[in-house]
Design a protein around this ligand. Structure first.
Ligand code: ADP
Length: 428
């Protein structure tokens, strides 16, 4: 190739690398190459996206003024004429003299109108797929020389790569648009789900509140009945009244837990801190839970001396009550031990108080150890399950621990036992 041709080839290669839009590269290639091969005008045809059996003109150089206004409507059928054949057969088609070939009779009129005698069409092909053609038109009959063919095929290859790149970019843009549409939809769904969750919690809070009032009155009247304030009861009547009382108490506890949980979820629970003592809080919880089941020993292990802390004692005791009642519920023999200790010193580690509730009960499989902290989750959720409960205790406890700035962890081994560790930070 000559020096000038080499320069042009490298200029086009550069444009291919830097141009943002394919049209810029086509324009540059046509503008540089057309005069170099002494063509009078030139064009790039690409397959029409709506109908790939048609080629449409996407870029032209020096196109004769007389028909320039029809350019955008110009279509060539793949397989027809030199350009159509270059695409159909994926090879360059050279026509030295249109008027010398009777097979090209139907092109004589357009050739006369546009003012060309000779043309060369080169397919724009990538990986065997032809996306269009590059055509150069000459006023006079033209014999193509090898150096022209080399330059033209080089330019054609670069343009074909440009078309390919444009397709890739377009695909990427479509994929991006689809992704951002999906993202928007997901965000919308998340917002909807959050709203639904909040409404559910609001509903729970309201309904629990409404249920509590009549239940409190049931409990009030069972108390009056049981105490004989409305007349002496027979033994059977008393037994019945106590059953009502026990059932209503369980129901009240459940409703209270639900109410507490929904208020915590809605962020409506405030802390009431005061001076407390860590071991005394365990005793407070143990008094509410009551004695351990027969065959289970209950102990509290603690260092000598008091462990004072400023905390919302009600809430700490509530968590300990939940942990302790679970330990009693799931332990048939052995022991339940609560170990209380102070962690860290002002110099080493963050100071905290830790209550570890260890039992020798049924234990929890590793795969269940996360889920038990979810609302209404029980390892044995079946209707025929062995142990009573609602699956709210741990969910409530974890939220309370969060609110207190602390945490609850579990370590457990099936058939050996479980340890629930509850920690709250000690503030200076
Ligand atoms: P509930 O005890 O009312 O079912 P919780 O939220 O307190 O609800 O506990 C959820 C589940 O975690 C329990 O149903 C039980 O399967 C498991 N679990 C909790 N504590 C223990 C424990 N100490 N030993 C064995 N399993 C436990």
């Amino acid at each position: 190739m000559r020096q000038r041709e080499l320069e042009i080839a490298s200029e086009i290669a550069q444009a291919f690398l830097t141009a943002m839009r394919p049209l810029e590269v086509y324009r540059l290639a046509l503008a540089r190459v057309t005069p170099l091969v002494d063509a009078s005008f030139s064009s790039v045809f690409l397959r029409d996206r709506a109908d790939p059996s048609l080629l449409k003109l996407v870029c032209a150089q020096n196109w004769p003024q007389s028909s320039a206004r029809f350019l955008s409507q110009l279509r060539i059928r793949v397989g027809r004429g030199p350009t159509g054949r270059a695409v159909a057969e994926n090879r360059p088609v050279e026509v030295q003299d249109v008027f010398a070939d009777p097979a090209l009779r139907e092109w004589w009129d357009p050739a006369r109108e546009l003012g060309f005698t000779s043309l060369i069409s080169l397919p724009l092909a990538m990986d065997g797929e032809v996306s269009g053609a590059l055509s150069f038109y000459f006023v006079d009959a033209h014999t193509f020389e090898d150096h022209e063919r080399t330059l033209l095929s080089l330019v054609t290859r670069q343009l074909a790569a440009t078309v390919e790149r444009a397709h890739l970019i377009e695909k990427l843009q479509t994929a991006n648009a689809e992704l951002s549409r999906q993202k928007e939809e997901l965000e919308y769904r998340v917002r909807e789900a959050e709203l639904a969750k909040r409404l559910k919690t609001e509903f729970l809070a309201n309904i629990s509140h409404e249920l509590r009032t009549p239940l409190t009155s049931i409990l009030g009247y069972t108390f009056l009945l049981d105490a004989g304030h409305v007349g002496e009861l027979t033994t059977e009547q008393q037994t019945a009244v106590r059953k009502i009382d026990r059932a209503a108490t369980v129901l009240l506890r459940l409703i209270n837990d639900l109410l507490d949980l929904s208020q915590l979820t809605l962020g409506r629970t405030a802390l009431a801190e005061q001076e407390e003592e860590a071991v005394a809080l365990v005793r407070r919880a143990a008094d509410i839970v009551g004695p351990p089941p027969g065959g289970v020993e209950f102990r509290v292990e603690c260092p000598e001396g008091a462990i004072p802390l400023r905390v919302d004692g009600e809430k700490v005791a509530k968590v300990l009550e939940n942990l302790l009642s679970n330990a009693f519920k799931f332990t048939a023999k052995g022991e339940v031990v609560v170990t209380v200790r102070r962690l860290g010193t002002p110099e080493h580690g963050a100071p905290a108080v830790e209550w570890a509730v260890r039992d020798t009960g049924i234990g929890i499989r590793p795969e269940d150890q996360q889920a038990i902290f979810d609302e209404f989750r029980q390892v044995d959720g079946s209707s025929t399950r062995l142990y009573g409960g609602t699956g709210l205790g741990l969910a409530l406890s974890r939220r309370l621990a969060d609110l207190l700035g602390g945490e609850i962890r579990v370590s457990s081994e099936p058939a050996v036992g479980s340890t629930f560790t509850f920690r709250v930070p000690l503030r200076a």
